[in-house]
Design a protein around this ligand. Structure first.
Ligand SMILES: NC(=O)C1=CN([C@@H]2O[C@H](COP(=O)(O)OP(=O)(O)OC[C@H]3O[C@@H](n4cnc5c(N)ncnc54)[C@H](O)[C@@H]3O)[C@@H](O)[C@H]2O)C=CC1
Ligand SMILES: CC(=O)C(C)=O
Length: 258
């Protein structure tokens, strides 16, 4: 029976690449994203169908735990399997440390931390209570969860939290055969990154300085693309990573060394 993966924020950017890669790997793919990403999700599904993959779109908001639980139940009912949960959805609001507002902090914690925690809890419940078999939980962290970055204070705090939750859950869920890991990309060419660069210009950071921060500082020169992250997620979802758990793995071309 085909394994099934659910990817939050799966309609575009890194999530889109993960959806396509896992579909190529032969998994049923459940693309979960906000309703307003319907068009992007349909385009992704069309591309998956073109190479013979299997995908559906279930709209959800990761800030609402009951929606994640219901979506997992629906996916299980449709495909009869549920094996991989990718908690990828995230937002990044750039601001200098002195000016971070309560609203910015709350918005980012709601999606990046609560959304990931709810996704982990809902997936673990399903893996344990319904299937009683192995499962994979894979979370979006960032190099901003490894190192504090200028103008990303609130965002960094959420990604450090994801790393902490990943380590805790890995230890608590190991006995149930569930592994929990995170991916920590550097700067990846997506809508999120374009928004970050625009906001940095507003904060008075020159394009040259931005380029230095985001693209020119790593050992390997060049632009990290969503597919480069999807390759790691494919590995973490596969039997090649059976004994890897609690790790937050960096994909940044050699910038942060841990
Ligand atoms: N692009 C980058 O340079 C990096 C991104 N990341 C992380 O990777 C993940 C994906 O990032 P990108 O693809 O770049 O971002 P993106 O902005 O291109 O895509 C994020 C997706 O998440 C969805 N989303 C946002 N809020 C949601 C909610 N409440 N419920 C459901 N879906 C929601 C959006 O609709 C979108 O489809 C994020 O967690 C991000 O923090 C980490 C390191 C670097
Ligand atoms: C958005 C993000 O995580 C970085 C590293 O820029």
């Amino acid at each position: 029976m085909r394994r099934t993966a659910l990817i939050t924020g799966g309609a575009r950017g890194i999530g889109e690449a993960i959806s396509k890669r896992l579909a190529k790997d032969g998994l049923n793919v459940v693309i979960c994203d906000l309703q307003n990403q319907n068009k992007a999700a349909m385009k992704t599904i069309q591309e998956i169908n073109q190479f013979g993959g299997n995908a559906v779109f279930y709209p959800l908001d990761v800030r609402v735990k009951s929606q994640i639980e219901k979506t997992i139940d629906n996916a299980y009912e449709k495909f009869g399997t549920f094996d991989v949960m990718v908690n990828n959805a995230g937002i990044c609001l750039v601001n200098s440390f002195a000016d971070i507002t309560e609203d910015e902090l709350e918005k980012q914690w709601a999606v990046n931390v609560k959304g990931v925690l709810f996704g982990m809890q809902a997936a673990a419940r399903k893996f344990k209570d319904v299937q009683n078999r192995t499962g994979r939980i894979i979370n979006a962290a960032s190099i901003s969860g490894q190192l504090g970055m200028p103008n990303q204070g609130a965002y960094c705090s959420t990604k450090f939290a994801v790393k902490a939750l990943t380590q805790t859950a890995a230890q608590e869920l190991a006995a149930d055969g569930i592994t929990v890991n995170s991916y920590c990309p550097g700067t990846v060419e997506t809508e999120m990154q374009r928004g970050i660069l625009e906001k940095e210009v507003e904060l008075g950071i020159s394009k040259e300085e931005s380029r230095k921060i985001h693209y020119d500082s790593s050992a390997i020169k060049g632009t990290i693309m969503p597919d480069d992250v999807a390759g790691l997620v494919s590995f973490l979802a596969s039997s090649n990573s059976n004994f890897i758990t609690g790790q937050s793995i960096i994909v940044d071309g050699g910038l942060v060394y841990r």
